[in-house]
Design a protein around this ligand. Structure first.
Ligand SMILES: Cc1ncc(COP(=O)(O)O)c(C=O)c1O
Length: 402
């Protein structure tokens, strides 16, 4: 394992890399060659070494410094300019500025360039990274709250477990990864937002086997987000998209297509999320959140974690809820198989995850949950988590060394 001290020295800034003339036979629509090993697509800088393009798909014609492409059928397609790396970076910057996205990306770390950048145009991942073209990567998050990372160590433990399940070697030891993440947030100066990070088999080639990927990579990004957590009741539906088998549902890999389709299904039906049932018909989880119920007997019930993601927030809610049992507000806390019937007739239903904290559900499919209003115990649990983020113990709050 490499340590921080053995990190390779920073390469030249991207803007200073040498510009190589393109090989016209390799010039393909939508991909603009800017240097020997870099392409730009609509998604950012993509690095390749042995990429191959389908022969004869497009025939570029040189006209002064621009490239006009004509397809084999003779139909002219819009002119595709050939760009220097400086021009491409300028376009990336302009593209970012025109995006008007709600989210601001404050800083990114990449083990590929071995440093942190605050320029969103440079926040890119090599196209030959096994995570990009084969989904061989895992990721995790942590909320940034008032200058602290919430549950960083719990999320770190989970990404290391996910990496082990995905057979991804670590580019650095745990402590170094932790230090890099804290330093990235520190450089970003972000006080409230989120940190997302990935471990991948790394760049190498375009094969299915990762044997050509010589150095696993770590990427991290800091996203500014000051929107308050909502406690408004939402509707959920049952997902028709199949749940991932337990081996894949229990690791947080980048293979989130079922989760995306499930979320889209919910949105199409005017709902916030779609709930998965497991292979035995028990309630499982949402696409990026866990689910829990307060029964008529005032018991907090949550599905077991053996076939779903072990949510850091859900586990923290379970721990904090024990205090409510002591207070007499809850009769008990149980992690168990939960049937759909039990869930739908519960007094309260909630979604739990680091992106939403604790969100009351007031309707599941056609079934109104409880009295159709936000549950009082759900609100209490949300308040407990918010309080924990602000003033919880050091085990859940890592100070950011700005
Ligand atoms: C599938 C899935 N389940 C549950 C969760 C909730 O986990 P956490 O509370 O750690 O965010 C997530 C969040 O990433 C998720 O993607």
């Amino acid at each position: 394992m490499a340590s921080m001290a053995s990190l390779p020295s920073l390469p030249k800034p991207i803007s200073q890399t040498q510009h190589f003339p393109i090989n016209p036979a390799r010039h393909s629509r939508g991909l603009t060659v800017v240097s020997r090993n870099h392409l730009f697509s609509g998604h950012g800088l993509l690095n390749f070494q042995h990429g191959s393009f389908g022969a004869g798909e497009m025939r570029p014609i040189r006209s002064s410094n621009r490239t006009k492409a004509v397809s084999d059928s003779g139909i002219q397609v819009p002119e595709v300019p050939q760009l220097t790396s400086t021009e491409a970076i300028e376009r990336l910057k302009a593209h970012r500025e025109n995006q008007n996205g709600k989210q601001q990306f404050l800083a990114m770390y990449s083990s590929v360039f071995g440093g942190i950048t605050t320029d969103p145009a440079a926040m890119v991942i090599p196209i030959d990274d096994h995570m990009v073209h084969r989904g061989h990567g895992v990721f995790d998050t942590a909320a940034i709250k008032d200058g602290y990372l919430y549950e960083l160590d719990q999320h770190l433990d989970r990404i290391l477990r996910s990496a082990s399940m995905a057979k991804i070697d670590l580019p650095f030891d745990r402590e170094t990864i932790r230090r890099i993440l804290l330093q990235t947030v520190s450089v970003s100066k972000c006080k409230t937002g989120s940190l997302r990070y990935w471990l991948s088999a790394g760049p190498g080639d375009f094969q299915l086997s990762p044997s050509g990927c010589h150095q696993p990579s770590l990427y991290a990004i800091v996203i500014q987000d000051q929107s308050p957590f909502s406690s408004k009741g939402i509707k959920v539906v049952t997902s028709s998209i199949p749940i991932k088998p337990p081996q894949f549902a229990t690791m947080k890999s980048v293979n989130y297509l079922p989760n995306v389709l499930s979320k889209m299904e919910a949105e199409e039906k005017g709902a916030f999320a779609a709930i998965w049932l497991d292979g035995d018909g028990f309630i499982a989880e949402g696409p990026n959140m866990n689910v829990a119920f307060v029964t008529k007997e005032k018991e907090l019930v949550m599905p077991q974690f053996d076939k779903i993601l072990s949510g850091c927030t859900a586990r923290r809610v379970l721990a904090l809820a024990e205090g409510l049992v002591g207070d007499g507000k809850l009769r008990g806390v149980r992690v168990d198989n939960v049937t759909v019937e039990e869930g739908k007739k519960a007094d309260e239903m909630m979604l739990i995850g680091s992106g939403i904290l604790v969100r009351p559900v007031v309707q599941w499919d056609e079934q109104i949950i409880g009295d159709g209003k936000e549950g009082s115990l759900t609100q209490i649990l949300l308040n407990l988590i918010i309080e924990d983020m602000k003033s919880g113990p050091p085990s859940v709050r890592a100070p950011i060394p700005y």
